[in-house]
Design a protein around this ligand. Structure first.
Ligand code: ADE
Length: 234
């Protein structure tokens, strides 16, 4: 997969893309990241990318020209069709099912705004998939773009090492695609810490019983904390 990220702050991505699984996936050839500075596409002598909103009001709005030109130029860098994703609080709520949908695409173009919204005509012209990572407002789409990148890349075949698996985690069904409920509780050594013992069953070596216990714990935890996940998915 190729992931293009268009942002005013490409440097924010270095730590996230340069560490852990996102880095390893790139090293393994599973994914390529291409960061693009939106300002590089501005035709303004001062590299301006935003302006005051028509009709007044606070804040600034990302202008059409830089983003529109950036998207055409970036898309031409590869013949593979990019799925355009715009990060914004008005978007479709990101979840594991959407991560799996995006993981099936050969190329993503993530567009992150900062401080401001996008001129509405960009949405009409580019027809991006608008994605929100939750009902709260961040200062920009960079952290949402990182969250989407992380959730998507770890689903790509070969991204996780043998010691990891995306299936069986919270929200992952057996195929890693749909909400399957919360993960069961995990324990590691020592067997007792601060007077708290590991559940006996996990030390029993009885794998069938352990599977049953884990499934029951998973259901119990999901019912208690996230009953919405047990309802049929929309
Ligand atoms: N930009 C600002 N807040 C956001 C959010 N919650 N999701 C996606 N993009 C955003």
């Amino acid at each position: 997969m190729r992931i293009d990220i268009l942002t005013l702050f490409p440097e924010m991505f270095a730590g996230v893309l340069g560490g852990s699984i996102l880095k390893r996936a790139a090293q393994a050839g599973v994914v390529e990241y291409h960061l693009h500075q939106l300002r590089d596409y501005s035709r303004d002598p001062h590299r301006k990318v935003d302006d005051r909103p028509f009709g007044g009001g606070p804040g600034m709005v990302l202008m059409c020209q830089p983003l529109f030109d950036a998207v055409s130029a970036i898309e031409q860098q590869s013949p593979v069709t990019a799925t355009r994703v715009m990060l914004c609080p008005q978007g479709r709520k990101f979840n594991q099912a959407l991560a799996a949908e995006l993981a099936a695409k050969p190329r993503l173009l993530l567009m992150a705004g900062h401080y401001e919204g996008f001129d509405e005509r960009l949405i009409t012209l580019l027809a991006p998939l608008q994605v929100s990572i939750g009902d709260y407002v961040l200062s920009g789409g960079e952290i949402p773009a990182m969250a989407v990148t992380d959730a998507v890349v770890r689903l790509l075949p070969g991204a996780l090492g043998h010691e990891h698996s995306a299936a069986g985690e919270s929200f992952a069904a057996n195929d890693g695609t749909i909400a399957g409920g919360l993960e069961y509780p995990q324990y590691t050594r020592p067997r007792e810490f601060a007077g708290l013992a590991v559940p006996e069953i996990l030390l029993s070596g009885d794998h069938a019983a352990i599977e049953q216990w884990r499934a029951a714990e998973s259901r119990r935890k999901t019912a208690a904390r996230r009953p919405d996940l047990l309802k049929p998915q929309a």
